[in-house]
Write a protein that binds this ligand. Structure first.
Ligand code: OAD
Length: 239
């Protein structure tokens, strides 16, 4: 029957509409800290405590210092073998999409084209006053917290806990999940909704579902195959 890696490779080969769902773990080997790992602390704050509208209302300077730090870190890292392996799948398949919870932009930087960013993008900045949104790649930011020309406070263009996901992204993600025949979940702890339920939804619609993660997750029991290992080691073996 072969190994789980061989079985996933064979299913991917046959798949007509493969979809990959990624989380922070795919960027770990680029040097980006995950959220729930031991490296997820910043100045003794858990990322989940800062990534909220309440934290931003209470202390926009602190929240921006956190994002400024993450932006600086991201400006210095490169995509890794896992990101590039996904670019190769896209080159070979007629239909292939990535749904990511990551805001780091590394899939696009690697060359992936069809990327649904569920949680926004850290390089985008939006005005809490006039709503204007634009790309801003300044590292470090010129002022913290930054302000819009209209005088309003600017915020990161990412989704915080308790906020709605961008309608375009979530609708597209559901369309992909409903149509896919193969879903590979890479480097997500599977605890943040709605992404955590995508694999079970796909499976209910008869898709083959597999996971790559060095640890077991709450969604591992639903998987047809679990590949226990790092994305950068395992993905190139599948593609
Ligand atoms: P987490 O930090 O919760 O989970 C990262 C997962 O990656 C864990 O299951 C690790 O075991 C796994 N992992 C670590 N290194 C890996 C490697 N080299 N290869 C493969 N997997 C590896 O990150 P997410 O699940 O992405 O949301 O978190 C989901 C959301 O919660 C984030 O998008 C963010 C966060 O707080 C918001 O900010 C709204």
């Amino acid at each position: 029957m072969g190994t789980s890696t061989e079985r996933v490779r064979e299913r991917l080969h046959r798949a007509e509409r493969p979809v990959v769902l990624t989380g922070a773990g795919i960027s770990a080997e680029s040097g980006v800290p995950t959220f729930r790992g031991n490296d997820g602390l910043w100045r003794n704050h858990r990322a989940e405590e800062l990534a909220t509208p309440e934290a931003f209302r209470r202390d926009p300077k602190l929240v921006w210092e956190f994002y400024d730090w993450r932006r600086r870190l991201l400006s210095e890292v490169r995509p890794n073998r896992a990101h590039y392996a996904l670019v190769r799948i896209e080159e070979e398949k007629r239909h292939f999409s990535i749904i990511t919870q990551n805001v780091d932009g590394l899939h696009s930087l690697a060359g992936s084209r069809d990327v649904v960013e569920l949680h926004g993008n850290i390089w985008r900045i939006r005005c809490t006053g006039c709503g204007r949104e634009e790309e801003d790649r300044n590292v470090p930011l010129k002022e913290i917290p930054p302000r819009c020309g209209c005088g309003g406070l600017l915020r990161p263009g990412v989704v915080w806990f308790g906020e709605m996901l961008p309608a375009g992204a979530i609708n597209r993600a559901y369309e992909l999940v409903e149509a896919t025949d193969f879903m590979l979940v890479i480097g997500t702890s599977g605890v943040v909704q709605p992404a955590a339920s995508f694999a079970t939804m796909a499976k209910q619609r008869s898709a083959f579902v597999a996971e790559i993660n060095p640890e077991r997750t709450p969604i591992s029991p639903f998987m047809d195959e679990v590949i226990n290992g790092k994305a950068g080691d395992m993905l190139p073996q599948i593609v």
